[in-house]
Design a binder for this molecule. Structure first.
Ligand SMILES: CC/C=C\C/C=C\C[C@@H](O)/C=C/C=C/C=C\[C@@H](O)CCCC(=O)O
Ligand SMILES: [Zn+2]
Length: 616
């Protein structure tokens, strides 16, 4: 079912009127696990005589609603209906008269303690153990659980916020902090944002400057290592501006989240949220920060109009991320990064998406599927591969980057569909008739609506990948004695090469003599026991599972419970569910920790563990 003509996942009648600005006055109540206060919505109609406003709302308790005008406030009637699981409800606001132009609605409300966008941590669940902690994750459609709104990326609004919270903790939002007094902070977001970029955090946070417009925020216990790990932030920003154009958001801060944050990073404007699983100690995972910085243009300035076209956010962002890596570390690194993405995509298509091949399309149909269920690495990697294919086809970076910047400049502050991009590409490259022959070669249908891996794999520099493959073949095809005497072992690998090598080993499925002895030698050779790199640990734990090493179950569970980043915990739970002796242990562990997970993680993992789900 498509909930509205412009967005299958939103009830809003954004084709009739739009929110241009929001004033929030929020009080954070840790005792009740709620946010209460008001949202003042500034509307503009797109047609005459609007009688009803359809908003998205999820489990909100609305106390009052009024339309504000020169004659004061007039109370409004509303009703809540059309509840759909994982989507929310339709909030219909009845206007007193047929209305055209601009008007303001004030809504007093309180969130539910189980609001899907929010995670409430007790003091005991934080590093410092002194203060409780609150954070949000609104993408894709969870903003409706913290504010009644047009929860569709088709609509963009500016916002101001007054945030009241206990004295002794810091409150931050996806905006510039204008002022802060004991227990109250004031924010301003002057650039229009879609609702999914609303964000809030309240906790015992400290700040360390890491660049001209950047600080990293974290709990005191993690601030030193965070500042060190993300010291390249200003360099990433400079390269991103070279590629994309001027940075418009004023500040670029990072916030190191508690381990239950479900994603690697979230591009909340002015304040990117990142998982602490990036703290590898050697900056080897900091490319996630380059990714989040790239979103400052791709996604945050030029935004997918609905989440069926999510590749316009993520594929474009991975493409820019690759360019940042290339400019800072060379083209071999850029291409290695792309090839590593392709190996993650291959794994995802074979495992996570085996029973839902329609979700391997670049443009998906979300009429019957919530965005959280459709989420995968496909829009990221298939999308960025498509852009690289187009870049190579149309004359390389020298020709493509000017077009790319022009596209971003043309559609900044707007929301777009794939056809907007396609039209812009044709308009730009048709200026030179010599491009016609190349433009004709692009099979848009196959790229956008074909299932599976990208239809064309660009020619990449494979030099950094080759040694990973060599190591993977050595360990997969040989017995212990042969491995021990192989000269390949003396060729060392970087952290990211070890990640890719382990990914390739896992991919092989048939590993010769996958015995505890072989795994112990792997551990010793690549110093796995000593690494803080979560991407390495994640893959090593999966080797334990592949080898059915029940005696490593404590280690597997320790990793599973050390963080709730879905990229890591979902595949592990899924694989444990397919190991009959381990499944009850996994289910028991999940039941023990699920209340500490964010709701999107608890929900998706419960599906991954589903008793009747087929094991692939
Ligand atoms: C085609 C898919 C359609 C819609 C999906 C859109 C949003 C899904 C929702 O679950 C939210 C996703 C938020 C992602 C945030 C950050 C990612 O870039 C993290 C990637 C995974 C990781 O590194 O942990
Ligand atoms: Zn992203």
């Amino acid at each position: 079912m498509r909930l509205s003509p412009i967005d299958p996942s939103s009830y809003s009648n954004a084709h009739e009127l739009i929110i241009r600005h929001v004033d929030l006055d929020w009080t954070v109540n840790f005792e009740k696990s709620t946010i209460s206060g008001s949202a003042t919505l500034y509307f503009k109609t797109l047609k005459d005589d609007v009688e009803e406003i359809f908003l998205d709302a999820s489990e909100l308790s609305i106390a009052s609603m009024a339309i504000k005008g020169s004659a004061g406030e007039i109370p409004l009637n509303w009703d809540v209906g059309g509840h759909v699981d994982n989507i929310g409800s339709k909030l219909t606001v009845y206007l007193p008269t047929k209305t055209s132009g601009e008007f303001v609605v004030v809504i007093e409300y309180e969130t539910d303690p189980k609001a899907s966008a929010l995670q409430w941590l007790t003091a005991a669940q934080t590093c410092g153990k002194q203060h409780p902690y609150l954070f949000s994750q609104c993408q894709a459609i969870h903003a409706r659980s913290i504010v009644p709104c047009q929860d569709t990326p088709a609509v963009k609004f500016t916002y101001n916020a007054t945030l009241r919270h206990p004295v002794g903790v810091t409150g931050l939002m996806s905006a510039v902090r204008k002022r802060s007094e004991a227990g109250v902070s004031y924010f301003e977001q002057k650039t229009p944002i879609p609702s999914y970029l609303l964000a809030i955090v309240v906790g015992a946070l400290v700040e360390r400057k890491i660049g001209p417009i950047s600080s990293v925020w974290a709990e005191q216990e993690q601030i030193d290592e965070s500042a060190e790990e993300f010291s390249q932030t200003a360099d990433f920003l400079a390269k991103a501006e070279e590629i994309c154009g001027p940075y418009v958001w004023g500040r670029y801060d990072l916030l190191v989240m508690p381990p239950s944050f479900p994603f690697g990073g979230m591009e909340n404007p002015c304040l990117t949220f990142v998982t602490p699983t990036l703290l590898a100690g050697d900056k080897s995972l900091a490319t996630v920060v380059a990714h989040e910085i790239a979103h400052s243009w791709t996604g945050n300035l030029v935004t997918n109009r609905n989440f069926e076209h999510f590749w316009l956010n993520e594929g474009f962002t991975v493409f820019v991320e690759g360019k940042i890596v290339g400019r800072l570390s060379g083209n071999a690194s850029r291409d290695f990064h792309a090839l590593h993405g392709l190996s993650e995509l291959t794994d995802c298509i074979k495992t996570q998406l085996a029973s839902t091949p329609e979700l391997t399309k670049l443009v998906v149909d979300l009429s019957e599927c919530s965005p959280d269920d459709a989420f995968s690495t496909v829009p990221y990697i298939k999308g960025s591969t498509f852009l690289r294919y187009l870049e190579d086809l149309l004359g390389g970076p020298e020709k493509f980057e000017p077009f790319f910047r022009a596209y971003l400049n043309k559609f900044k502050f707007q929301s777009v569909l794939t056809n907007d991009f396609k039209k812009e590409l044709y308009d730009w490259f048709r200026q030179d008739p010599k491009n016609e022959v190349f433009l004709e070669r692009i099979d848009w249908d196959l790229w956008l609506f074909g299932e599976g891996l990208p239809p064309v794999i660009p020619t990449y520099d494979r030099s950094l990948l080759d040694s990973c493959q060599k190591h993977a073949s050595l360990w997969a095809d040989n017995d212990l004695d042969t491995i021990k005497s192989s000269p390949t072992l003396s060729e060392s690998l970087t952290s990211i090469q070890i990640i890719e090598f382990l990914a390739q080993l896992l991919e092989k499925k048939q590993i010769k003599d996958l015995t505890p002895e072989k795994i112990a030698l792997l551990d010793q050779t690549y110093h796995i026991h000593a690494t803080k790199n979560a991407e390495i640990r994640f893959r090593f734990v999966r080797l334990y599972i592949q080898a059915r090493m029940m005696d490593k179950m404590d280690e597997i569970l320790a990793f599973l419970n050390s963080n709730f980043r879905m990229k890591f915990v979902r595949p592990i739970y899924k694989e444990l569910a397919c190991w009959p002796e381990a499944k009850p242990i996994a289910v028991e562990n999940y039941n023990k920790v699920k209340d500490e997970m964010m709701s999107v993680c608890a929900y998706t993992v419960s599906k991954d563990l589903g008793i009747d789900a087929a094991c692939k």
